[in-house]
Design a protein around this ligand. Structure first.
Ligand SMILES: Cc1cc2nc3c(=O)[nH]c(=O)nc-3n(C[C@H](O)[C@H](O)[C@H](O)COP(=O)(O)OP(=O)(O)OC[C@H]3O[C@@H](n4cnc5c(N)ncnc54)[C@H](O)[C@@H]3O)c2cc1C
Length: 431
């Protein structure tokens, strides 16, 4: 290999230490390459449990692990904490601000963020859930809304603070709405004097005709019933036309007064992929070749949520198992290339999908098996605990979780005394 890095061993640069990047980095251990992993967060994040941090069920360290620590055993691997701002494929280098780094092989696994469908001004009023910071922001808004309601003397004015709107009924929206309803109805009762938290309204707003549209119809219907049993009001065929600090508007001008809105709709991949000069889909994902490299640019792989991969005309879903499988496959492709062998096409092994709705309620599709309620929830719990490997400690998380989650105990409901800028965190809006 003619190396632009001028090194004996090829340098593999991995952008992003999410599920795909981390699996690739781990799988390259023992391969004759130097690996550089770059991430703008210093931690790998277990996104499937982010909603638990957002709804005050778990604390942030329970679902995040320092990348250096996770990858410490591979001595030919270096971690850089920084943001890649530009790609320069013709010169085989990436830029971190004004600092360039050359590569022989590049793997882009930068994941996906939110799309507000061209209405970015809504982000201020309806944060999305992707990072730990997002989860902490949402948790703070939720807890502060209850605090604000407690300070209001006139009952009629309390409503908008005790009404929560979640936009988008995919797995994240369903999980958030279910957990919020449980927080209000099962955990908070007794904490406030001026209102009964059990009267809190949680609305799940979906533009399409059903919740969990990627799931079979019977599981969608079951999910909707389970949500309603928890006290969530599901509104399907409701298109959001406006979001501001006081609430949201849907369809032809219907107005819902809600001081807390959470965005769980729309996916957009990082704009840095635009610098690759390859075809992108509507969400900005790169269309890749069967071996996950870019057409005409065999030194560049795109993995995980950033990649558009199709199998038998169906798009491989943006889920953690798919990202991990892609990371593993890219490592095999790199090894085969270095050995002068032809790479093999990626095959996605679908191990099923599951969405949790609350304690003891979920839906799961595992092959032909459709599970609902408690059985689905047990399957979900088992899978998530297995995958928490490498995090703070499975046992510590399990104990915290069991205490907080199964026993309905307060776990992560403390609002920070100081905000990041050192200023005291503002009390709820002056009433
Ligand atoms: C709230 C939520 C819940 C989810 N629940 C589930 C679930 O229950 N089951 C499931 O299978 N999947 C779930 N998913 C989807 C799953 O998390 C993703 O499919 C998976 O994380 C994709 O892995 P990835 O490696 O492609 O990207 P990510 O895991 O998102 O990792 C991308 C990494 O790239 C870094 N990065 C991005 N841009 C840059 C840059 N310019 N420079 C440096 N670093 C950068 C980020 O900091 C991040 O660490 C959920 C996702 C979310 C947001």
């Amino acid at each position: 290999m003619n190396s632009p890095t001028g090194r004996d061993r090829p340098r593999v640069v991995i952008l992003g230490a999410g599920f795909a990047g981390l699996r690739l980095a781990r799988s390259l251990r023992g391969t004759a390459v130097d690996v550089v992993v770059i991430d703008r967060q210093n931690h790998h994040l277990f996104q499937p449990l982010l909603y638990q941090v957002a709804t005050a069920g778990l604390a942030a360290p329970d679902i995040a692990a320092p990348i250096r620590r996770v990858l410490r055993r591979n001595k030919s691997l270096r971690v850089i904490y920084g943001e890649v701002t530009k790609l320069e494929p013709d010169k085989k280098r990436v830029w971190l601000g004004d600092e360039a780094l050359s590569y022989d092989i590049l793997a882009i696994a930068t994941g996906a963020g939110h799309s507000y469908f061209g209405r970015d001004e809504w982000a201020e009023f309806a944060p999305g859930l992707k990072t730990l910071r997002d989860a902490q922001d949402i948790r703070s808004r939720i807890l502060r809304a209850f605090e604000a309601a407690e300070r209001i003397e006139v009952e009629a004015e309390r409503g908008p603070w005790l009404r929560f709107a979640v936009v988008g009924a995919g797995p994240t929206g369903v999980e958030l709405a279910g957990a919020l309803a449980e927080l209000a109805r099962k955990i908070l009762p007794g904490d406030f004097r001026r209102f009964d938290s059990g009267m809190t309204e949680v609305l799940l707003i979906e533009g399409g005709p059903r919740v969990l549209s990627a799931y079979p119809e019977d599981l969608s219907q079951s999910a909707e019933r389970q949500l309603e049993k928890l006290g969530v009001t599901v509104r399907c065929d409701a298109r959001v036309t406006m979001i501001d600090a006081d609430g949201i508007s849907i369809n032809e001008g219907e107005r819902i007064a809600a001081r807390t809105t959470i965005w769980a709709a729309g996916v957009q991949v990082s704009p840095i992929l635009e610098g690759l000069g390859c075809p992108l889909d509507r969400a900005g994902r790169a269309h890749v070749s069967p071996d996950l490299s870019l057409q005409g640019q065999p030194d560049i792989y795109v993995l995980g949520d950033a990649a558009h991969v199709e199998e038998a005309g169906k798009q491989v879903p943006g889920v953690a198992p798919a990202a991990m499988q892609m990371g593993k496959h890219a490592a095999q492709s790199i090894r085969r290339r270095l050995a002068g062998k032809q790479s093999r096409p990626f095959r996605y092994r679908d191990k099923g999908s599951m969405a949790t709705i609350g304690r003891a309620s979920a839906v799961a599709e595992i092959g032909r098996l459709h599970l609902r309620g408690y059985a689905a929830w047990l399957a979900w719990l088992f899978v998530h605990l297995i995958f928490l490997v490498g995090f703070r400690s499975r046992i510590v998380v399990l104990i915290n979780w069991a205490w907080a989650y199964i026993g309905y105990r307060p776990a992560a409901r403390v609002l920070a005394e100081l905000a990041e800028d050192g200023q005291a965190e503002a009390p709820p809006e002056k009433l």
